[in-house]
Design a protein around this ligand. Structure first.
Ligand SMILES: [Zn+2]
Length: 84
């Protein structure tokens, strides 16, 4: 698939880092599985991945986190283990 942003790059399976913000919480999520452009690094997240990232943000907001860097995971238990 061609990149929708630069139109020349090729989208490939990879990982990216995303930053989500809500209210006073900033959550940086690393190693998010995505399709990443090999030219401009534009990343496309699947709907499930995006939903999961939002869940992780909800969790951070609930815990009153200001800034947190986490590694993306699909496992609910692991997120709870990281939380306080
Ligand atoms: Zn691109």
């Amino acid at each position: 698939m061609k990149c929708t942003l630069c139109k020349t790059g090729e989208m490939r399976d990879g990982v990216t880092t995303i930053t989500l913000e809500r209210d006073k919480t900033t959550l940086v999520i690393k190693d998010v599985t995505a399709e990443v452009c090999d030219q401009c690094e534009f990343a496309l997240l699947s709907l499930e991945t995006y939903d999961r990232a939002r869940e992780m943000l909800n969790d951070a907001v609930r815990r009153g986190v200001q800034v947190e860097v986490v590694v993306f995971t699909n496992e609910e238990e692991v997120v709870q283990a990281i939380g306080r």
